[in-house]
Design a protein around this ligand. Sequence first.
Ligand code: DAH
Length: 351
Amino acid sequence: MENRLKIIYQDYLHKIQQTKDLKSLDEIFLALFGKNGEITLATKEFPKLSKEELKVVAPLLAKVKAELEEAVTKRREEIKEEGYQKLSEEKLDLTPVELPREKGHLHVITTFEEETVGLFQKLGFQRYDAPQIDSDDFNFSLLNIPEDHPARDLWDTLYLDSERFGIEPGKLLLRTHTSNSQVRIMREHQPPFRMMVLGRCFRYENLDARHEHTFEQFEIVYVDKGLSMANLQYLSEHLLKGIFGEEMKVRMTPGYYPFVEPGAGVDGLCIFCKGKGCKVCGGVGWLELAGAGMIHPTVLKNGGIDPKIYSGIAWGFGPFRMLMLKYGINDIRTFLSGNLKELLKYEGESK
Ligand code: DAH
């Protein structure tokens, strides 16, 4: 027993001094003083010993126990101390790390939208949304384009399988222009009113650099007493100068649209040649950017407005065309079907 205690002492003293962390120290403590620990078991063997043996072993055990306990306590303090030491030596580098960042920006269509809507809000125009899936009536018939009229050929229309929804064949379509808003606006509002519509339109196009099946239009519908083509000229200038700058010039040329009388095309001075004539404008010096006119009396009547009292003006601009000019984008497909990264090239200009 005496020997056993000496071995336990040396063995464990060594282990205690070698431990590096508190957890292993706790394990050693248990291996000594726990329920089945070496010291505990040794104490339990006392009754088996003779009196002489006990005289030697009992004080020895007390001494071994006390010293090992003390060694554990001491080592525990040391380990804690070492931990603090390490912490204070450790340097935490808080320099901000420059992470690689891909710069993002608003889509040029969104920027355009914000700009144009802002320009017309200032003049008291209110935003109106008409459905993109609409009836043949609002898109054509009520706009003075009767069924089977050749004027319908001006728009390559995408018809929906309306029978599936229990609607007469050929009655449901993807709107070909934002003009589908006109009669809705008139029926829902008492004149005078100033409305603007900005949104997607769809056509069955042969796709190329200048034609896309999905595109935007910016339309205004303005009904009041005594409006004239002069108001239309003013508003067209307001838009084009707002987008392209003060040096932009605007002119109107006669044009045919069944829902206006008189009808006009709105041209902007070619920003590339400033009117001299170049490849972009086909030598004309001007680019047609919108269809416009005085709202046809039949259309006003369809909207429940008396054309003898009120007159209306309307135009529909093609924002994609304007954006192509503004940023020198040479393929209309860049906007929606193209690779978005392509648009990053125009980031500088689009803010
Ligand atoms: N909706 C016509 C188109 O898509 C453009 C247009 C022409 C709109 C004349 C108008 C207008 O409001 O008065 O071709």
